[in-house]
Design a protein around this ligand. Sequence first.
Ligand SMILES: Cc1cc2nc3c(=O)[nH]c(=O)nc-3n(C[C@H](O)[C@H](O)[C@H](O)COP(=O)(O)OP(=O)(O)OC[C@H]3O[C@@H](n4cnc5c(N)ncnc54)[C@H](O)[C@@H]3O)c2cc1C
Length: 442
Amino acid sequence: MRAVSRPDPGFDEALRGTSWNALVPDARPEIIAWPTTVEEVVEAVNGAREAGRQVAVRSGGHSWSANHVREGATLIDLGGMDSILEINREARTAIVQPGCHGSDLVAELVAQDLFFPVGHCIGPALGGYLLQGGFGWNGRVYGPACQSVRALDVVTADGEIVRASADSHPELYWAARGSGPGFPGVVVAFHIDVYELPREIVNCAYVYPEEVLDEVFTWAGEIGHDIPPQMEFQILTHFAHDGTKEIVVAGPTFADTEEEAREITAVLQGCPVVERAKFGFPYVPVGMEEMFGAVNAQYPDDHRWAVDNMWTNAPAPELIPGVREIVDTLPAAPFSHTLWLAWEPGHPDCPEREEMAFSVEDDTYIAAYGVWDDPGLDGANERWATERMEAMEHLATGIQLADENLARRTGRFMTDANYERYDQVRDRYDPDGLFCTWASRP
Ligand SMILES: Cc1cc2nc3c(=O)[nH]c(=O)nc-3n(C[C@H](O)[C@H](O)[C@H](O)COP(=O)(O)OP(=O)(O)OC[C@H]3O[C@@H](n4cnc5c(N)ncnc54)[C@H](O)[C@@H]3O)c2cc1C
């Protein structure tokens, strides 16, 4: 198995290459190992345990906080285990390795008229994405992507390979769907349900000047509860090409017929200041490549990022001052931005949640993304994301792990009962704390 340790030449460069975010923590693992088979994962886990080192795991390295970069640990990098092992069209199931990129899975599925709610960008791998919850394309219709995981193959702390499902190691299965960076094991394969490809995939958006921020967000708060789950209603506030700020109201929609899609997307035309839009496109049928492309344009590689987030059910008038403060202080052009998403899990057409560690979500999701290049700005921009969310903490009901910032700000991503249950699972499967857990936790 390929591996490098700290004294080896190229170690720092190899470590840097494991993280998508160019802003990496100061910590340095002792060894980085790149297994390509399940047996090599077992070997790496056993080797770490015998050497008295903790294990950190990386699949696609898209954790904003580079959670896998841990002092003195063995870092197991599963980037090479990126295959789609099986797609069963009749059974509507698939088996995927953790290093597989969500966009690659969707490309294969779409070719067979199938679909899965993978994340919105090219790059994040299924390993971290599915463990933390997974807010994917058309995700309001299927629920968090982890809800579509039926079983997992896991290498445990004592080097055993087990299948976790509702019938076998059910507690490990429970934890695998939402404990994210706290999962006490190495997932080497996910067994997932897949779905029929929606027939009419449409994008629509209106772009507003910053001056109408209050009107746009007030309207968004009023209509949020009624947005059908087939639409991902969102507002992105960012820098325009001329350096001013602008508000993009978008509603990617996944419907079965054009009639249905037209009815759903018409909601964007109901904005009371729609005539103030700088421009808009009310209805554009698209393919998934265009969907990924549109989002990826906001998330360029090779930059330094600090992010933070919150769930809330507060009314828009209470949220707008905090949102305005985020927008007013966006740290660096051109890519820094803020996101408002109407997730609305209580909508009558959204699926009920299964019994799983994932247990905190709410009507509205707000996130702040700071992006810059100059290392001299690290401190200020890291504080920006944290402080903006601290300022709105009284309105928050929790955080989402997808955009976690736990090394800088503690946030609640499970119910109290689930934190207790998680501790019991960890005590049972990893009593000696072999696997690193999330950053704010010992
Ligand atoms: C540009 C960008 C866009 C994103 N878009 C979305 C989105 O649309 N929806 C969404 O939900 N999230 C999104 N995210 C968040 C992303 O899904 C999470 O950061 C996720 O953890 C990334 O998975 P990964 O395998 O690439 O990350 P990694 O950094 O490799 O993994 C994150 C953590 O998960 C654990 N882990 C990973 N793999 C395993 C494994 N096989 N076994 C055990 N533990 C493991 C480890 O603790 C690891 O530190 C985005 C992130 C970025 C940077």
